[in-house]
Design a protein around this ligand. Structure first.
Ligand SMILES: *[C@@H]1O[C@H](CO)[C@@H](O)[C@H](O)[C@H]1NC(C)=O
Ligand SMILES: *[C@@H]1O[C@H](CO)[C@@H](O)[C@H](O)[C@H]1NC(C)=O
Ligand SMILES: *[C@@H]1O[C@H](CO)[C@@H](O)[C@H](O)[C@H]1NC(C)=O
Ligand SMILES: *[C@@H]1O[C@H](CO)[C@@H](O)[C@H](O)[C@H]1NC(C)=O
Ligand SMILES: *[C@@H]1O[C@H](CO)[C@@H](O)[C@H](O)[C@H]1NC(C)=O
Length: 442
């Protein structure tokens, strides 16, 4: 064990924020009733669709099998991306709507909107007042003035289901001011963790709509790490090179949640939740392959489907053994222009200038299509909570009377931050090098 020289407040904060912006171009009319319905069975189906999307995106962003040159960490918010595409679906019609619903794995637009409302108001509800996580979700809509406004049905879904307020702007006349207004909104909505999402060059005379949403999350671990136990150790990157990272460490004697599956291990680190009235329970799950270079194979397995993912999560507390957890600190900022990835995964119609049918968005009949979907996420895990940082994990496992076996997450791993009761994955990512602070896929 190395001896650190850190002076820290002995609290560990996980900070995370993400924002998704959808930019649309174009020259919609029929107001279709999209009033949310309350159907629990449908909510479960939509949740599985959301998780399936999270898994497809996590796989798309994972290093390819056998590719050892990948160095950048990945972080994104499946919940934010799902909400953005769901709002687009609220304005889609015909074949475009059908493709969006199939892509989102959901039976109907009404079920999707209802699920969105539950996620935004219940799962992503702020629990700070009762001592739980601080969670914020908000949305914004910027509409080109000359387009005659958005339809009432679309505005109702945006407002009631996605906390999204519409503003009328002039993209053509004031691109600099509008870009700054959107970025300023992003800073406020993410508590300054994310500085900007759009640049002036993203806005053209044809831009007629920007949809954005942001998620902010801040919580303490249920079992904080002690700063005096943090110290440097070796992390093995995919290409076989090594890097020194700061590893946090703690030993769990009474209770821990860990499971060992064929080829990888899963650890649950719960966040502190609020008083009894707090009906959300957040945890970070860390997926660590047995092989140092095993992340691609492991991601193939865990992204096969929601059912498998949920089945490998440790569900009951293990009281029989001692577990030593070692987690390298990390800070990840990830920029992603997802249009190409969404098209590769089969979502093409909303991006087509000729075929996109998003007539439900605008009040007047004019055609529009998605030009860009931009996403940015920051995830950091740190003891003192003042530094921007993300987390790296090392686990050690002790077995009964035997000498403790060490399980060290000193090589690339995957994480999911999930709200347990709903199964909604709010953040996800891959850590390939805990010392690398920013990466992008633009
Ligand atoms: C809107 O759609 C409904 C059902 O598809 C149709 O009956 C109605 O005529 C349409 N209204 C307009 C104004 O196109
Ligand atoms: C390996 O990954 C790197 C970084 O993600 C990428 O640039 C490169 O194209 C990949 N190579 C292959 C053969 O897939
Ligand atoms: C961090 O990751 C990015 C994206 O893959 C890569 O371009 C960069 O070289 C990495 N930085 C270091 C220090 O490895
Ligand atoms: C508890 O952990 C030990 C050591 O990893 C393992 O052998 C045992 O099966 C676990 N028990 C449960 C209930 O998961
Ligand atoms: C909307 O406009 C398109 C062409 O831009 C036209 O084909 C369609 O019939 C129009 N729909 C309505 C309801 O006016």
């Amino acid at each position: 064990m190395t001896s650190p020289k850190l002076v820290c407040v002995p609290l560990l904060l996980a900070l995370a924020a993400a924002v998704t912006a959808t930019l649309m171009y174009g020259a919609g009319l029929n107001v279709t009733d999209l009033h949310p319905v309350a159907r629990p069975a449908m909510a479960a189906a939509v949740r599985d669709g959301q998780t399936a999307l999270a898994l497809r995106l996590a796989k798309q962003l994972a290093p390819a099998s056998g590719n050892s040159s990948a160095k950048g960490n990945v972080a994104f918010s499946p919940a934010s991306i799902h909400a953005a595409l769901s709002l687009v679906a609220a304005g889609a019609r015909g074949a475009t709507l059908h493709q969006l619903l199939a892509f989102l794995g959901t039976p109907s637009a009404a079920g999707l909107a209802d699920f969105g409302r539950r996620v935004v108001h219940q799962v992503l509800g702020d629990r700070a007042a009762s001592g739980g996580p601080s969670v914020l979700f908000s949305g914004g809509i910027w509409v080109e003035a000359s387009r005659g406004g958005i339809s009432r049905a679309f505005r109702d879904v945006a407002d009631q289901c996605y906390n999204s307020v519409a503003r009328v702007v002039s993209f053509a006349d004031k691109p600099v001011e509008v870009a700054e207004a959107i970025n300023s909104w992003v800073r406020t909505a993410t508590n300054n963790l994310i500085d900007s999402i759009v640049s002036v060059s993203d806005i053209t005379p044809n831009t007629d709509l920007v949809l954005a949403n942001a998620v902010y999350f801040k919580a303490k671990w249920l079992h904080p790490f002690q700063a005096r136990r943090t110290g440097p150790a070796t992390f093995h990157r995919l290409d076989g090179t090594r890097v020194d990272a700061q590893f946090m460490s703690q030993t769990m004697y009474g209770v821990h949640y860990a499971s060992s599956v064929d080829g990888f291990k899963v650890l649950k680190l719960p966040y502190k939740h609020g008083s009894a009235s707090d009906d959300t329970h957040y945890s970070m799950y860390i997926f660590l392959p047995d092989d140092r270079q095993g992340i691609a194979g492991m991601v193939d397995a865990i992204t096969a489907g929601p059912e498998y993912l949920y089945s490998v999560l440790p569900k009951t507390a293990n009281k029989s053994t001692v577990l030593t957890v070692r987690l390298p600190k990390f800070e990840t900022s990830f920029d992603w222009d997802l249009g190409d990835d969404l098209r590769l995964l089969g979502l093409s119609l909303p991006f087509s200038p000729e075929s996109a049918d998003l007539r439900g968005i605008f009040h007047k009949n004019h055609s529009t299509y998605l030009s860009k979907v931009l996403h940015k996420a920051v995830v950091k895990v740190d003891e003192d909570g003042t530094e921007a940082a993300a987390a790296t994990v090392v686990l050690m496992k002790g077995a009964g009377r035997k000498p403790p076996t060490q399980f060290v997450a000193d090589h690339p791993f995957t994480f999911f931050m999930m709200e347990e009761r709903s199964g909604v994955i709010v953040f996800a990512g891959h850590v390939l090098d805990p010392t690398n602070r920013s990466a992008s896929k633009l």
